[in-house]
Design a protein. Structure first.
Ligand code: C2E
Ligand code: MG
Ligand code: MG
Length: 278
């Protein structure tokens, strides 16, 4: 890929949002106890005509630095809601999670805006999860009001990337989360490293002690998945289950793969059963 300066990325991103050139992909999350597909996470993608695929974390950071983040958040929300409606028309009613930058959460009217958009598009707020990552410049403990309003509107609230960066225990005590996502750096090491394993176990216990669901992100292999299931981790997401999918591909994935996940996870011994994947 050719490289762009950050100012160029910002200008092009603004245009891409206005021209509706970005798109979302969706990664399934499964319930490790039952194997049910409990939701999907929407992840933004940008294929630039000249520069090719642009790294998502990088362009989100640019959007934050260049004041484009609110229009990006709005674009993501509307795309995700419309995709939910399209799936619903095909008989698939599934929780959809999307990432919201802590910077966008400074806007106290955001919960109302989310609620109004859900009403207008016909999406029940119970089908929406807001995933929050604490940013370097915006500490979420200051966002108690906004986050509480999001919960009161019926949406679920997920603390993303727990255990890294700025996310702190203080947040867990003060903020009305419903789900805690264990950062993939711990999940991916938990077979090889005793320390990572202990951290994952402790975070699952911590989540449960606080009445939250524990979700492991970035699960890349069946051994890790089996370990997480035995540990009592509630949900998992990662390449071992599915790479992020185009919206139109999800219904087919559900038809083909959901029964297999139920067969793998539904064993009363709480062990992951390996069944053929085709
Ligand atoms: P995140 O929300 O923690 O998303 C998880 C990232 O891990 C995604 O990268 C996903 O594609 C990747 N992933 C999923 N399963 C696996 C796995 O098994 N192994 C590995 N190695 N990676 C896996 P992606 O899509 O590049 O997104 C990176 C970050 O960018 C996200 O982290 C999120 O913080 C941010 N982001 C993505 N989409 C949006 C968006 O629409 N809005 C905002 N504000 N941020 C977004
Ligand atoms: Mg996320
Ligand atoms: Mg994450």
């Amino acid at each position: 890929m050719l490289s762009m300066t950050e100012t160029k990325i910002a200008t092009e991103l603004q245009l891409a949002i206005e021209r509706d050139e970005l798109f979302l992909v969706y990664q399934p999350k499964i319930d490790l106890r039952t194997g049910d597909v409990v939701g999907v996470e929407a992840l933004a993608r940008w294929e630039h005509a000249e520069f090719g695929s642009v790294d998502t974390a990088a362009f989100v950071a640019t959007a934050e630095r260049f004041g484009i983040i609110d229009s990006f958040t709005e674009w993501v929300l509307l795309k995700a809601l419309r995709q939910w409606v399209a799936w619903c028309e095909q008989g698939i009613k599934i929780n959809i999670a999307f990432n919201v930058s802590a910077l966008s959460l400074r806007d106290v009217f955001l919960p109302d805006f989310l609620h109004k958009c859900c009403q207008r598009e016909g999406v029940p707020t119970e089908c929406i999860t807001v995933e929050v990552t604490e940013g370097a410049t915006q500490h979420v403990v200051k966002l108690l009001d906004t986050l509480t309003r999001i919960r009161l509107k019926g949406m679920a609230l997920s603390l993303d990337d727990f255990g890294t960066g700025y996310s702190s225990l203080l947040q867990l005590r003060q903020l009305p989360y419903s789900e805690l996502k264990i950062d993939q750096c711990f999940v991916q090491e938990c077979i090889a490293s005793r320390e990572a394993r202990l951290i994952v176990q402790s975070v699952v216990n911590l989540a449960h002690g606080l009445g939250l669901a524990a979700t492991a992100e970035g699960v890349e292999d069946m051994e890790t998945l089996a370990f997480l299931k035995e540990l009592g981790c509630d949900r998992a997401q990662g390449f071992a289950i599915s790479h992020p999918l185009q919206g139109a591909a999800l219904p087919d994935w559900i038809v083909r793969c959901a029964p297999q996940w139920r067969a793998r996870c539904g064993d009363p011994s709480n062990k992951l059963r390996l069944v053929s994947s085709n």
